[in-house]
Design a protein around this ligand. Structure first.
Ligand SMILES: NC(=O)c1ccc[n+]([C@@H]2O[C@H](COP(=O)([O-])OP(=O)(O)OC[C@H]3O[C@@H](n4cnc5c(N)ncnc54)[C@H](O)[C@@H]3O)[C@@H](O)[C@H]2O)c1
Length: 326
C-alpha cells in the first residue's frame, strides 16, 4: 500500500516513515525542507515540493496511486504564531486545504492529521479527554482546530475518513540512533537542555517557577517519538474499518515537571545543568496531561519507550551523535 507523507523529513514524520517502511508500506515523502532535513529521511521516495503549490500536489497525485495520506507538514512554533499569526493561518490552513482538495480530486479518502494538545487551551479537567472543550490559547492551536473543523465538514459532504491525532509533547529519538530532533530554532525543553550541555546553546532559560505544582515548574506529558510513530501506523491500519472519523490523544497520562526533567538529564548525562529563570510565557498552563484511554481502546496502542529515562537516553545519544558531525 502506497502512502503519502507530508513533512516526512521532519522530526515526527521521519520516525513515522521508518515505522511504515518497517511494516511493509510503500512511502512517498513530500517535503519542502523548510525545517526538515534530507538526512533524517530513512527511506522511501522523496519529492521536494511545497504544499502551498497545488501544481506540486497535482503532479504527485497524477504519478502515484495513494491508499492514504499522513499530514505532518506544518509551522509549529507557538511563540511565533503570536507574533506573526498571519504566517500561521495562511500556511497551516492553505497547505491543508490544498492537500485535501487534491486528495478528493484523486478520490483518496483516508487521512491522518497531526493535531495537537494545543486545541484544548487551558485545561478544565486533568487528564484531558478528547471530549474536553476546544478553546486554543494561541494561533498555532487555532490552525489545528480549524483544520479539524474542516475535516468534519469534508467527512459529512465528501465521505473523507480521518483520524486527527492530538499529540502532547513529542520527545526522545529513534532507539537505534538513526533519527532525532533537529528543530531550528529549537523551542522544546529536552533538546534545549541537551544542546546547552553540548555547548551548542549559550544559556538555558526556564519559563516560570511560580506554577501551582509541587516544585513550581510546569508539568507536561512527554511521549516518545517512536511510540508516536507506531500510533500512526496503528491509526492507518484501523482507519478503513472505523465507522466514523475520530480525534485521538497521543500522550502517556503521566507528567513530569521541568525540574524533574532537569534532574533526570543530570543523572543520564552525569553533568550539572545550570539555568536562569524567566517569567512564564503567555498561555503556559500548570499541568497538561492526556487521557490515553481512547488511544488504548481504539488503536490498541501500547507504550514502549515513553518513560523519562528512555526519552532522555535516546535523545542524548542522538544529540551527541549529530553534534560531532556539525
Ligand atoms: N513536536 C511536537 O511536540 C508536536 C506536538 C504536537 C503536534 N505536532 C505536530 O506534528 C507535526 C510534525 O511536527 P515536527 O515536530 O515533526 O515538526 P518539523 O518542523 O520537524 O516537521 C515539519 C516538516 O514539514 C515540512 N514542511 C513544512 N511546511 C511545508 C510545506 N509548505 N510544504 C512541504 N513541506 C513542508 C518541513 O520541512 C518539515 O520537514 C506538525 O504538524 C506539528 O504541528 C508536533
Amino acid at each position: 500500500m502506497k502512502i503519502l507523507i507530508t513533512g516526512g523529513a521532519g522530526y515526527i514524520g521521519s520516525h513515522t516513515v521508518q515505522e511504515l517502511i518497517q511494516q511493509g508500506f510503500e512511502v512517498v515523502i513530500l517535503d519542502n525542507f523548510s525545517t526538515g532535513k534530507r538526512k533524517l529521511v530513512p527511506g522511501g521516495k522523496v519529492i521536494e515540493g511545497d504544499l502551498r503549490d497545488v501544481s506540486d500536489l497535482e503532479r504527485i497525485f497524477s504519478l502515484h496511486d495513494f491508499h492514504g495520506v499522513l499530514h505532518f507538514a506544518s509551522l509549529i512554533q507557538v511563540g511565533e504564531s503570536y507574533t506573526d499569526p498571519q504566517k500561521y493561518y495562511r500556511h497551516n490552513l492553505i497547505t491543508s486545504l490544498n492537500l485535501l482538495h487534491v486528495m478528493l480530486q484523486a478520490k483518496v479518502k483516508l487521512f491522518i492529521f497531526s493535531s495537537s494538545a494545543a486545541v484544548y487551551g487551558i485545561p478544565e479537567q486533568i487528564p484531558i479527554p478528547e471530549s474536553h472543550p476546544l478553546n486554543p490559547s494561541n494561533p498555532y492551536g487555532l490552525t489545528k482546530l480549524f483544520v479539524e473543523k474542516i475535516l468534519l465538514d469534508y467527512e459529512r459532504a465528501y465521505g473523507l475518513k480521518f483520524i486527527s491525532l492530538r499529540y502532547f509533547n513529542a520527545a526522545g529519538a529513534d532507539p537505534e540512533g538513526r533519527m532525532g530532533e533537529m528543530h531550528e530554532p529549537e523551542t522544546h525543553l529536552i533538546p534545549n537542555i541537551l544542546l546547552f550541555l553540548l555547548g551548542k546553546k549559550k544559556d538555558l532559560s526556564l519559563y516560570g517557577k511560580d506554577y501551582s505544582t509541587q516544585d513550581g515548574t510546569a508539568i507536561r506529558d512527554y511521549i516518545h517519538v517512536t511510540d508516536l510513530a507506531k500510533a500512526h501506523v496503528l491509526a492507518l491500519k484501523k482507519l478503513p474499518v472505523l465507522k466514523n472519523s475520530e480525534f485521538i490523544n497521543l500522550g502517556t497520562n503521566k507528567g513530569y515537571s521541568v525540574m524533574e526533567v532537569i534532574k533526570k538529564v543530570e543523572t543520564v548525562t552525569g553533568q550539572k545543568v545550570s539555568y536562569s529563570v524567566k517569567p512564564k510565557r503567555k498561555g503556559d498552563v500548570d499541568v497538561l496531561l492526556a487521557s490515553r484511554e481512547k488511544a488504548k481502546q481504539l488503536l490498541q496502542w501500547d507504550l514502549k519507550y515513553s518513560d523519562l529515562d528512555t526519552i532522555i537516553e535516546t535523545a542524548w545519544i542522538w544529540h551527541q551523535k549529530i553534534s560531532k558531525h556539525e
